[in-house]
Design a protein. Structure first.
Length: 262
């Protein structure tokens, strides 16, 4: 099994180390998927950019509908199982649940793409990395609408996210997270959105003005609720927050039965 979001987390930490200096824009061609044996250790040391460029293309295959995320709502999946021999994904065994921590990893990669990073653009749009920023902006627009609908349906979460199912148009809390949120995960999410907004603001792209405004509204909303969320915790901020004040809301919007077992 490959945990796709963990793979993306590695990319978030790896990218800054390979793009510390300006690089040329390479073509959209790519090597076969089992490309790593064609690179020696000396190759990687002397020319890490070439290896990274191929890696980002193939890692970008995870960034696809019904594998790494849902194009209908822009939301992440936890991951998908693959055949270790063929490398093909097994959609029937996809993890259709996700959480704020997975969202944070995805949005941080989008933030880099929105800032013009070519490697992140290659991951987001493997066949044409020059479209990476616009594709990331489009997904962020879809995702924002999903967050807004979730907030309207489940206001008790205060704009933050529990573990949720993302395999339908609207996300919904998983049955075991109807009255709590993962605090650390949501902290990661808040910072990732802040990074994405900053990248869009610095780009001076007027086509993103409404998107910037929408995400800033979401951030402002979470600012207004996070104190109440924190006040209800009886455990440290790095742990899970139980929300007594949210239960009444959930009674009017009961979650459907859990379709999978964890």
């Amino acid at each position: 099994m490959i945990s796709g979001m963990r793979s993306q987390l590695l990319l978030v930490f790896f990218l800054p180390s390979i793009v510390s200096t300006p690089v040329k824009r390479w073509s959209n061609e790519h090597a076969p998927c089992r490309f790593s044996p064609t690179f020696s250790q000396e190759n990687v040391i002397s020319d890490p950019d070439s290896y990274a460029w191929e890696m980002m293309y193939w890692e970008g295959q995870f960034h696809a509908n019904d594998i790494g995320y849902n194009t209908d709502n822009g939301m992440t999946y936890d991951g998908t199982l693959i055949d270790p021999i063929t490398g093909r994904n097994n959609v029937s065994e996809k993890h259709v649940f996700s959480a704020a921590s997975k969202e944070a990893i995805q949005i941080m990669i989008y933030a880099k793409a929105l800032a013009g990073d070519e490697y992140a653009g290659r991951f987001v749009s493997p066949t044409d990395h020059s479209q990476g920023a616009e594709k990331a902006a489009g997904i962020m627009r879809t995702k924002l609408a999903t967050y807004q609908r979730f907030n309207a349906t489940f206001p008790g979460y205060g704009g933050l996210l529990p573990w949720f199912y993302s395999n339908e148009t609207d996300i919904r809390p998983s049955a075991d997270w109807v009255n709590r949120i993962p605090a650390l995960d949501n902290g990661e999410l808040l910072w990732s959105v802040y990074a994405a907004v900053s990248a869009m603001e610095n780009s001076k792209n007027s086509h993103w003005d409404d998107l910037i405004a929408g995400w800033n509204d979401w951030l402002d909303y979470t600012k207004s609720t996070v104190k109440e969320v924190s006040r209800t915790m009886s455990v440290p901020l790095t742990a899970t927050a139980v929300l007594p004040w949210q239960r009444q809301c959930m009674r009017s919007h009961p979650p459907r039965p859990n379709p999978i077992s964890f």
